[in-house]
Every structure is written in C-alpha cells, then in structure tokens.
Design a protein around this ligand. Structure first.
Ligand code: NAD
Ligand code: MG
Length: 392
C-alpha cells in the first residue's frame, strides 16, 4: 500500500552543494511529498539554473550579486523570482509558503538565513553546523520561542537523535560521537607537515564539500560536532566523548545509566539522515544498498590522537570557555582552511592559526546575532593577518 503524505513545502539553503544535491535527489524520488518553493546557493549560477528548470521553485537566490544577475538572464523565460546577496538568501529562507528549511550552506554564512528561517517559524533540517557552533544558545532560544524543531542531518547527530528516541533524558550517561579519523589518520607529524590539499581532500568514506573534508582531516570537524551536540541535545561537554571508528558504520552511540549502549548503524550515505530529518518521525523507503556486516567483517576503534590532531581539543576548549570563543574558533578555522586550499599555508599551520586567534581573543557573552557576527568578523581579521604573515 502506498502511504499518502501531505505535500511539504521546502526551501534548500545551499542547494548546489553536496548536502543540497543529496536533498534534491530525495525530492526527485518523492515528488508527491515535497514541493521545492525556494533554492539558494553561493555563486554557481549554472548549476542553480539547472535545478530551477527541474524543480520549478517560485524563489531563488545567489549570495554573489554578479552571479545572481547572470542567473536572472538565464532564467528570464521562467516564472521564478531571483534575489541577490545574503539578504536575498535570508529572504528566500523566510518565504511565506515554506514549512521546512534545509540548512545546508557551508560555514558561518549560514547563520543569518538559518536564524531568519527559525524566526519565521520554519522547521529546520540542519546540516550547516557552523551556525550552531557560533551561536548555539541563541539559535535554540529562538527555536523555542518560535516553536521550531531543529532536526539534525549531520550523520553523528542524526544517530544520537535516533538513539535517544523513546528514552528518558535523565537516564543518559554520555554521548559518544564517532569520527572516521579522516583522510590522514595514519600520517606522522612529519607527513602531515608536507601534506598537499589534493591528498587531504581524499576522504576514505564520504564524498563531501572541500571545507568539511579538510575539517575531517584536521579533526576540527569533530571539534565543531562536539559543540553542535552540546546545543542540539542540551548536554554538557563533560558528557560528550569522541571515538575514532575508521569504517563510518556506527554513526554514534548513547550510553545509558545502566551501561546499556544504543547506537545507529548504516552504510555511509547522507541520504539516510537527510530523509529522516525531512520526514520525521516516519522513515522513507530508500532504494539503497543494505548494510552487510559480513562483507565489512571488521570494525575498528581508536582514541583520538591530540598530538597530531590538536583541533578536537580546541573545540572542547572553546566550548568550556563559551561566549564568543566558539565563534572565534570557527571563524579562524574557516580562514585557515581556505588559506590551506588556496594560498599555500601548511596543513599544521591550520591549528596554529586557530590557537593564536583564540589566544588573542577576550571572550564576551553572546546575547544577540550581532555579538556573534562581530566576533566572527574580528576573528577573521586576526586569522587573515596570521595567514598573511605566513605567506608573504
Ligand atoms: P558544499 O561546499 O558542497 O556546499 C555548500 C553550499 O553552500 C553550496 O550550495 C554553496 O553554493 C553554498 N554557499 C556557499 N557560500 C554561501 C553563501 N555565502 N551564501 C549562500 N550559500 C552559500 O558543502 P557541503 O559538504 O554540502 O556542506 C554543507 C554543510 O553541511 C556544512 O556546514 C557541512 O559541515 C555540513 N555537513 C555536510 C556533510 C556532507 O556529507 N557533505 C555531512 C555533514 C554535515
Ligand atoms: Mg558529521
């Protein structure tokens, strides 16, 4: 029997990216269930045009103004309204008809539109972890005020969300986030010193955007995810642990007070957690390969190595200090990753730049969006000057 589902109107922030295209793949499989009312991206007008022609949203936006102008020309024959700039992206996030906003922009650029969607009362499916890192308390306070639920897409957080279902929160002893260890797990410090961006971009288990792939290589992705978990599940950092699990089959675990451990497993495919966030509490019948544990045969586990990969500890430190420190760490990381990919700083300069930026920062509380954005700007300036000193 075919289940009847009410049509859900969705907006995708970051539709041209890895999460965005996986989301559209699900929409494509269930056209009777999701209507795309808005698509937004950074600057890829060609790809966004193709998506608009296929999914026919009423609204679209590109953050880059020149690209938005090109997109208007390309789509002149279509009844789509095209907006420009960060404000245009935030405008689409609040579209009247939208019920669910898939937040899948990369980096702090997603904070403004995601918060705008929350304030407009849209339900959120959240992949974009950086805004939670920058201003998690503020985002959750606004979500509560506007009766918004934030459903995790990040695979670890989806696993925790699923492992918490049907259990009492007071029975939770700890959350264990798994980490693949990334593309450079076996590398010595000497090897890490000279690693190229091309090598660092070769993730063994996941095909993702370049920023998160480098975060995975430095383990900063796990530092960001510890902070994301803090706010998504309202759990102190003392109850969040990280376990390196190379195969990315166990996506995370929850231990309860009776020492029972509940985990969620699956082949690494983001369409599983995306679809769960889109149709919670029901599951979608996805035509994907099944997990065959005999084919995988061995699952391996290690402690994180903080000497070679100091970024995870920086995440814990930033969370302990609180206030504007996580936003500062996040901004410094974004600048350092971009510099590693584009301007030739070395891989091990990334944690150094982040640490130095954090050390130069006097943390303040975050009460408003501007507090977070100011910290973000200041940290970018500081980190950019550090990059400049290394590359001139
Ligand atoms: P990506 O680089 O593939 O895509 C990023 C998207 O954001 C693109 O559509 C791009 O056009 C858009 N964008 C960039 N700058 C923008 C701006 N200033 N304004 C509006 N749009 C902008 O990245 P991704 O891998 O899809 O990751 C997206 C987010 O999801 C990240 O926060 C990442 O950490 C998180 N995430 C990704 C995965 C994954 O499998 N890719 C898994 C878990 C979490
Ligand atoms: Mg993850």
């Amino acid at each position: 029997p075919v289940l009847e589902h009410a049509m859900k109107n969705i907006v995708i922030l970051g539709s041209t990216g890895s999460i965005g295209t996986n989301t559209l793949d699900i929409v494509d499989r269930f056209p009777q269930e999701f209507r795309v009312v808005g698509l937004t991206a950074g600057s890829n007008d060609e790809k966004l045009e193709a998506q608009i022609r296929k999914f026919r949203p009423a609204f679209a936006a590109l953050a880059n103004e020149a690209a938005a102008a090109r997109l208007r020309d390309r789509c002149a024959d279509l009844p789509v309204k095209i907006l420009a700039g960060n404000e245009g992206v935030a405008e689409v996030a609040q579209s009247q008809e939208a019920e669910l906003v898939i937040s899948a922009i990369v980096g702090g650029a997603g904070l403004l539109p995601t918060l705008a969607a929350i304030r407009a009362g849209k339900q959120i499916a959240l992949a974009n972890k950086e805004p939670m890192v920058m201003a998690g308390a503020l985002m959750q306070a606004e979500a509560k005020k506007h009766h918004v639920r934030i459903f995790p897409i990040d695979s670890e957080h989806s696993a925790i969300f699923q492992s918490l279902e049907g259990h009492r929160r007071e029975d939770v002893k700890r959350i264990i986030l798994t980490a693949s260890g990334g593309p450079l797990w076996g590398f010595s410090r000497e090897q890490l010193q000279d690693v190229s961006p091309e090598r660092a971009l070769q993730h063994p288990n996941w095909k993702m955007g370049s920023k998160i792939t480098i975060d995975s290589a430095t383990l900063m992705n796990k530092g960001l995810e510890v902070i994301e978990a803090r706010w998504l599940f309202d759990i102190p950092e003392t109850q969040i642990e990280v376990l390196v699990h190379r195969e990315s089959i166990i996506h995370s675990l929850v231990e309860y007070t009776d020492r029972s451990v509940i985990a969620q497993l699956g082949l690494p495919d983001m369409r599983t957690p995306i679809s769960y966030a889109m149709r919670y509490p029901e599951r979608m019948p996805l035509d994907l390969p099944s997990l065959d544990l005999t084919a995988i045969s061995t699952l391996t586990f290690f402690k994180p190595d903080h000497d070679r990969f100091p970024c995870l500890q920086l995440g814990y430190e930033a969370l302990r200090i609180g206030g504007t420190m996580p936003a500062t760490m996040n901004a410094a990381n974004e600048v350092a990753v971009e510099a590693f990919l584009q301007s030739g700083i070395r891989f091990l300069d990334i944690p150094d730049i982040i640490r130095s930026t954090m050390e130069a920062h006097a943390p303040r509380p975050i009460d408003t969006l501007d507090d977070a954005l100011d910290a973000d700007r200041q940290a970018r300036d500081k980190a950019e000057s550090l990059v400049h000193a290394l590359t001139r």
